[in-house]
Design a protein around this ligand. Structure first.
Ligand code: EPU
Length: 419
């Protein structure tokens, strides 16, 4: 039996870090993962005059007292999605900000129209000039907002902006993810007055000022899900320590449907596969509490070895199936039509050179490689580095034969071997 520790959530960290810009003084965050998106955001912060450091005990200190410029480094902002939330925080503090259109994984059009509309409804004048959003607002004014889709990013961004608005803001049809609840808890610990996070209607009574706090990032439910699938695809028996089962209910339920045994333990989740092949299942991605879009890729890898035909329907993003061509190189039988992937289970996968097309697509090829016969070389690791902390040592700790280029191998990729 193997044991793996789940680190702090990427998506929770970057949201709370943006929120910390609202707070003059030293914010202390525990459990922030050392991943590239966090480093990129800290680099953006440095350009804004925000001091930060990881302490010896692993906690991250962010001091936004001297936040000085309201023009962010555009090239860095374009490297990730959550950097856009800096806009609302800067506007709340200074009344002026310039932030580029954000980047992130290439998984289809990822507009920011909900963010823009919401900020405008809070009284901000916002215009797009040469790919840069330029915002002006005296002070945000509370308003009634309703999102067209329960966007995680827009909910977080508007919560941050409205925290220091004059009056009451209500956000309807908002996202209900655990990361939304934790951001609200963080802001409330700083003196904000937010109610209803975790439900589709959040009410925010704006306050004049926020004060620093010490706060913990939640465990990464997507990392936990990835390890659960790794255990399932290899026929393993793995304890995922630190995972909150409650945050992963739809994923665990689907895993059980494939015939994999899942148990909630005192300190996490226990996953083991006792049957020779998993059963095929159908998955439809939905906003939380539905099946998360970020987990369809590792699940697709698992289902390539199921004893039948599975269907995955992606409803959140328009093109999140690019990684399936990589799985096909390992021998998977996947046919994509529009937003649906039909996966006909095969008896075996065999190692081949593959690449990570995006963060979770990368997780899918790594998981598949663990079960593929022979050697798989994986390139494009910069995607994995954005969101998985210590992936190689963690998988190696579970018994995987996995080596990263910089250690032994010269091509810079990942080599995964299986019996
Ligand atoms: N959308 C719009 N307009 C907007 C905002 C969103 O049309 O202004 C659309 C998106 O294009 C997408 C849908 O709404 O089709 C949902 O997007 P959402 O805003 O919820 O996503 P996000 O906040 O940009 C976060 C995670 C993603 C995760 C999604 C969905 C972060 C930093 N990213 O993105 O995580 O897929 O929520 O749960 O929190 C990942 O970790 O690999 C990742 C991509």
């Amino acid at each position: 039996m193997g044991v793996v520790e789940v680190g702090g959530s990427k998506n929770d960290s970057v949201a709370i870090m943006a929120g910390a810009l609202l707070v003059p003084g030293k914010t202390i965050l525990h459990n922030v993962p050392r991943i590239r998106d966090v480093e990129t955001l800290l680099e953006i912060f440095r350009h804004l005059g925000v001091a930060s450091r990881f302490r010896k005990d692993g906690a991250l200190e962010i001091d936004a007292t001297d936040l000085s410029t309201t023009e962010t480094p555009h090239d860095l902002v374009r490297q990730m999605r959550a950097s856009f939330n800096v806009l609302g925080a800067l506007l709340a503090r200074f009344g002026h900000a310039e932030v580029a259109m954000p980047g992130g994984c290439d998984i289809g059009a990822r507009p920011v129209n909900f963010h823009v509309k919401g900020l405008q409804q809070l009284g901000c004048r916002l215009r797009l000039e040469h790919g840069i959003y330029v915002g002006e607002v005296k002070r945000f004014i509370g308003a009634n907002l309703s999102l067209e889709f329960p966007s995680a990013g827009a909910t977080q961004h508007l919560m941050i902006a409205a925290s220091r608005a004059r009056g009451r803001t209500v956000i309807e049809n908002c996202a209900v993810e655990p990361e939304i609840v934790n951001l609200a808890d963080f802001l409330n610990a700083c003196g904000a007055r937010i109610h209803g996070a975790g439900t589709p209607k959040i009410t925010i009574d704006g306050v004049e000022e926020l004060h620093p706090t010490e706060f913990a990032i939640i465990p990464d439910r997507l990392q936990a899900g990835t390890y659960a699938v790794a255990a399932a695809i290899t026929g393993g028996d793995v304890r995922i320590r630190g995972a909150f089962a409650d945050h992963s209910r739809p994923v665990l339920a689907k895993l059980q449907e494939t015939g994999v045994e899942v148990e909630t333990t005192e300190d996490g989740i226990w996953v083991r596969r006792a049957i020779p092949r998993v059963h095929p299942i159908d998955i439809k991605t939905m906003p939380h509490p539905g099946f998360p879009t970020d987990m369809q890729q590792p699940f697709a890898a698992l289902l390539t070895l199921a004893d039948g035909v599975s269907m995955i329907t992606e409803t959140v993003y328009e093109s999140r199936f690019r990684y399936t061509t990589e799985l096909a190189k390992l021998g998977a039988n996947i046919r994509v039509e529009g937003r649906t992937a039909k996966i006909t289970g095969v008896e075996r996968l065999t190692g081949a050179p593959v690449t990570c097309t995006d963060l979770r697509g990368g997780a899918a090829v790594v998981v598949a490689a663990l079960a593929a016969e022979g050697e798989t070389e994986i390139s494009g690791l910069e995607h994995l580095d954005r969101g998985y902390e210590n992936l190689v040592p963690q998988l190696r700790g579970l018994g995987a034969d996995i080596v990263r280029g910089s250690e032994k191998w010269t091509s810079g990729g990942l080599r995964v071997c299986s019996a």
